[in-house]
Ligand binder design. Structure first.
Ligand SMILES: NC(=O)C1=CN([C@@H]2O[C@H](COP(=O)(O)OP(=O)(O)OC[C@H]3O[C@@H](n4cnc5c(N)ncnc54)[C@H](OP(=O)(O)O)[C@@H]3O)[C@@H](O)[C@H]2O)[C@H](O)CC1
Ligand SMILES: [K+]
Length: 511
C-alpha cells in the first residue's frame, strides 16, 4: 500500500472533488460519516460521555460533522472548539452552523480558558490538528494536549494524532496527542511506523473515503507499506522437475570463539528459506558443534582456532552472508577487506561486518553493488552518523545507499528497506523478536532467498516480511518473552504456508 505525503493527499482530495464534481464539504461529510459509523458500530448507543475537541481547520470540521451525527443518534456529547487561529476553514464554518442548527453549542477554548474536566471513563475525540499542522502548537494548545493525555481517557484521533506533523519530527514531543486509536483517511501516514513518532499511535486503521483511485494508482510515492498483497507476487514457486542446483549455493561467513551460534542460526535459516546448498566458513573452534547441530550444512574452516584470519571459498557462491559473530580482531578486519576486494557475488552484510565497514569506510567501495546491509539503529548510526529525527535518518540512509548502490535494511519494529530512493516499510513482527540472534536469522533468510534467484531488493523486502511473519506465528503460541531466535527458524516453513492461507479460512478461524 502506498504511503502518501501530505501534499499528495491534498492532491488526491482535489482530484476527487474535480472528477466526481462534488464540493469539498461533501467529501468532509463522507469522511466524517465513516468516522461516525466506526464509532456507532462499536458503541451501539452506549451512554458514555464523548468529548470532542475540534480545531478550526478541516480536521476540526470532520470533528464537528461527527459531533452532529453522534448527537442525531442520541449520544451524550460535549463539543469544544480549540480556537487557535482566526483563519477558520469554510467547511469548518459551514459545519459549525449545521451543528448549532441541531441545538449543539460548542464551548470555545482559548488561551484564557480553564481546562475542561475529562474523566478516564470518557471518550475523547481528537480533531484539533490534521495533516495541515505546519508549525509548533502554541503553548496553551500544547497544555490542552498534555491535559488530554494526562486524563487517560480513550482518545480517538481523526486522521492523525494532533500535534504530530506528517513529514518531520514534532517540534515539541509533549505537545502531541497519545492516541489510543487513529482513524486515518484513505492512506496510512509514514509517521505511524517510525520509532520516534510511532509511539503516539497505539492502534490505527484506514477509513476508505473513496479518494480518486486513478490518482492513487498512478502516483509514485517515496514509501510503500509492505503487507501480504505486496509480497505475494514476489514469491518464486519451486518447480516440479527442479533439483538442489536450481536453488543456489549460499555461503555464510562468520563466527568466532563463543559466537558460533550466530553462524548456526544464519545457516539454518538460510536452508529453511530454501537455499539449495549452504556452506559455512568459520574458525576451527566451531567445526564440531556446527557439523553436529546442522548436518545439512557443509563446513569450511580457516587456519585459526578462534577467529577468521583469511577467507578462501573454493567455488563461486551464488551469494554470501557475512559478518554474524565474526568479531573485530585485526586479522579478521584485514581478511574481510581482502575478501570484499576479490569477491563479485552479492553479499548480505550484518553485525560486526557492518561495524568493520564503519571503522574502515574505504572498504565500502569494494562491497559488490546491490549487496544488502542489515544494520540495527546503532550499527546504522556508526555507518551514517547521528540524526536528530527519523526523517533525517531516512534521508541520510537513502543517500548512503545511493552512494554505494546498496540496499540498506534498517531493522526495527517496522523494518524499512531502502533502495533506489524508495523505502519499503514492513508490517509483520512483534516485540518478542527483540532477542539475541534474531538478526542472524534475518541475514540467513535474505541470503537464502538471493541464492534462489530473488533479486537482492526483493529478497530483502520478502525476507524481512517472512522473518516478521515467522515471529508472529511463533509468538502466537510461545508469547513474546519466551521467543528465541531458534524458534523463529522453526516457524519459517509455517510463514510460507501462511502466505497462501485463503481468506475464507481466516473467517472460519474467527468464528
Ligand atoms: N483527503 C482527505 O484525507 C480529507 C481530509 N480532510 C481533513 O482535513 C484535514 C486537513 O485539514 P486542513 O484544514 O488542511 O488542516 P488542519 O485542520 O490540520 O489545520 C488547520 C489549519 O491550522 C493552521 N495551522 C497549522 N499549524 C498550526 C499551529 N501550530 N497553530 C495554529 N494554526 C496552525 C494551518 O493554517 P495556516 O494558514 O495558519 O498555516 C492549517 O491549515 C485532514 O487531516 C482531514 O482530517 C477532509 O475533511 C476530508 C478529506
Ligand atoms: K487529529
Amino acid at each position: 500500500m502506498k504511503i502518501f505525503s501530505a501534499e499528495q493527499i491534498y492532491q488526491a482530495d482535489k482530484s476527487t472533488i474535480q472528477k466526481e464534481k462534488i464540493k469539498s464539504e461533501e467529501l468532509m461529510e463522507r469522511a466524517a460519516t465513516q468516522l461516525f459509523e466506526w464509532m456507532h458500530s462499536r458503541l451501539r448507543g452506549t451512554q458514555v460521555k464523548i468529548q470532542l475537541f475540534c480545531g478550526i481547520g478541516n480536521n476540526g470540521g470532520d470533528g464537528l460533522v461527527l459531533a452532529r451525527k453522534l448527537n442525531e443518534h442520541g449520544y451524550s456529547i460535549k463539543v469544544y472548539v480549540v480556537n487557535y487561529s482566526d483563519k477558520r476553514s469554510e467547511d469548518f464554518l459551514l459545519n459549525l452552523e449545521r451543528l448549532k442548527d441541531g441545538k449543539v453549542w460548542p464551548d470555545f477554548i482559548n488561551e484564557e480558558s480553564e481546562l475542561p474536566k475529562i474523566s478516564p471513563n470518557d471518550i475523547v475525540v481528537d480533531a484539533i490538528f490534521g495533516i495541515g499542522l505546519n508549525r509548533a502548537p502554541d503553548e496553551w494548545v500544547g497544555n490542552l494536549i498534555k491535559h488530554i493525555n494526562n486524563s487517560r481517557a480513550f482518545t480517538l484521533s481523526v486522521d492523525v494524532p494532533s500535534g504530530l506533523p506528517v513529514d518531520r519530527g514534532p517540534w515539541e514531543p509533549s505537545y502531541v496527542i497519545n492516541s489510543s486509536y487513529v482513524l486515518s483517511f484513505q492512506v496510512p501516514k509514514l509517521v505511524f511506523f517510525l520509532p520516534r513518532t510511532g509511539v503516539y499511535v497505539n492502534q490505527w486503521e484506514i477509513l476508505d473515503i473513496g479518494l480518486d483511485q486513478d490518482y492513487i494508482s498512478n502516483t509514485e510515492t517515496d514509501f510503500e507499506l509492505i503487507g501480504r498483497p505486496e509480497v505475494l507476487p514476489m514469491y518464486r514457486p519451486r518447480l516440479k522437475f527442479s533439483h538442489k542446483g536450481n536453488y543456489g549455493h549460499s555461503v555464510i561467513v562468520g563466527g568466532s570463539y563463543g559466537k558460533i551460534g550466530a553462524v548456526q542460526l544464519a545457516a539454518s535459516s538460510c536452508l529453511s528459506v530454501g537455499s539449495g546448498l549452504v556452506t559455512a566458513f568459520i574458525p576451527k573452534c566451531g567445526y564440531n558443534s556446527l557439523q553436529t547441530a546442522i548436518p545439512e550444512v557443509m563446513v569450511l574452516t580457516g587456519s585459526r582456532e578462534k577467529n577468521i584470519s583469511g577467507i578462501e571459498i573454493p567455488f563461486e557462491p551464488s551469494v554470501i552472508g557475512v559478518g554474524v559473530g565474526i568479531g573485530q580482531d585485526d586479522d579478521t578486519i584485514s581478511a574481510f577487506g581482502t575478501f570484499l576486494k576479490k569477491m563479485d557475488s552479492p553479499m548480505v552484510i550484518d553485525a560486526d561486518g557492518l561495524n568493520i565497514l564503519s571503522q574502515n569506510p574505504e572498504m565500502l567501495s569494494d562491497v559488490p553493488e546491490l549487496s544488502v546491509l542489515t544494520p540495527h539503529p546503532k550499527e546504522l548510526e556508526r555507518l551514517i552518523g547521528h540524526w536528530s529525527s527519523d526523517f533525517e535518518k531516512l534521508e541520510k540512509a537513502k543517500t548512503f545507499a545511493a552512494q554505494y548502490n546498496l540496499i540498506v535494511v534498517i531493522k526495527g519494529a517496522h523494518t524499512v528497506t531502502l533502495f533506489n530512493g524508495k523505502g519499503y516499510v514492513n508490517t509483520t513482527g512483534n516485540p518478542g523478536m527483540a532477542t539475541a540472534g534474531s538478526g542472524d536469522v534475518l541475514t540467513g533468510m535474505i541470503t537464502g532467498l538471493i541464492a534462489q534467484g530473488y533479486s537482492t531488493v526483493e529478497a530483502s523486502i520478502f525476507g524481512v516480511y517472512l522473518h516478521g511473519l515467522a515471529g508472529d506465528l511463533a509468538a502466537s503460541t510461545k508469547g513474546y518473552e519466551a521467543l528465541k531466535a531458534s524458534t523463529l527458524v522453526e516457524h519459517i516453513g509455517s510463514a510460507f504456508s501462511e502466505l497462501f492461507r485463503q481468506p475464507e479460512m481466516e473467517q472460519k478461524d474467527k468464528s
